[in-house]
Design a binder for this molecule. Structure first.
Ligand code: SF4
Length: 224
């Protein structure tokens, strides 16, 4: 059993990377010390107990806030039924979900027939069922001072790199050159915040390198 702090849980369509377009239950965990300046989930950074509240209040949230509830894997699974979710794909995101021991949750969900995906910055070792799909969105040289570790690079099924300028491509090249990096991992470039120059750079680089483009499609259609 493992207690997780949950900032949000909702059903939507996965908007990014390999599983784009697939209905999914998102579990957004609270807490992240990485400090990306362009982070669009800054409300998940704090782990202040003052923001702990009850489950229903968190599930009813209509805007971003630091409020979270605590639950183990069995409670989360029972909430899937209570919320009448339909999706068979679960995305565990954050914040930085690899700060938590995700073995109990991922094992229970996989045992119940769900496909499970974790989205991580690669700055913490991943503790999850071996069949968990690992989406590594590596965060290099961020304010928090964390390094991208070997273990997430080894486990990555896809490496989805946020880009705005050439130095981000160079960082990715350095990560891909590390001997531990999974050579089978699919490589995606994702323009930061849909900026025009970032998008042009990502498109041109994907064409030149035969990499894939990931767009935050949920933002284009105005859903979470
Ligand atoms: S790792 Fe993710 S949640 Fe943490 S600061 Fe960076 S973008 Fe935000």
């Amino acid at each position: 059993m493992s207690v997780l702090k949950v900032n949000e849980m909702f059903e939507t369509i996965q908007g990014e990377g390999f599983y784009t377009g697939l209905p999914a239950i998102f579990i957004r965990l609270q807490g992240c010390p990485v400090g990306c300046p362009w982070c669009d989930t800054k409300h998940t950074w704090t782990l202040d107990p003052a923001f702990q509240t009850d489950t229903q209040q968190v599930l009813a949230k209509t805007s971003d806030s630091e409020q979270y509830f605590s639950a183990d894997e069995h409670k989360l699974l029972s909430l899937f039924e209570q919320q009448q979710y339909h999706a068979r794909h679960v995305v565990i995101t954050g914040g930085e979900p690899a700060m938590y021991d995700l073995i109990p949750l991922t094992s229970l969900l996989i045992d119940k027939g769900y496909c499970v995906q974790i989205e991580t910055s690669g700055t913490f070792e991943i503790q999850a069922h071996p069949d968990t799909w690992v989406t590594l969105s590596p965060k290099v040289d961020m304010k928090g001072g964390y390094d991208v570790l070997d273990q997430p690079l080894k486990l990555a099924n896809e490496i989805k790199h946020p880009v705005a300028m050439q130095k981000h491509i160079d960082e990715l090249d350095t990560l891909l050159a590390r001997p531990v990096t999974n050579p089978e991992a699919m490589v995606y470039l994702q323009p930061i915040s849909q900026q025009r120059r970032a998008t042009e750079l990502a498109v041109n680089t994907c064409i030149n390198r035969n990499w894939r483009l990931s767009l935050q499609t949920h933002k284009f259609i105005g859903i979470d």
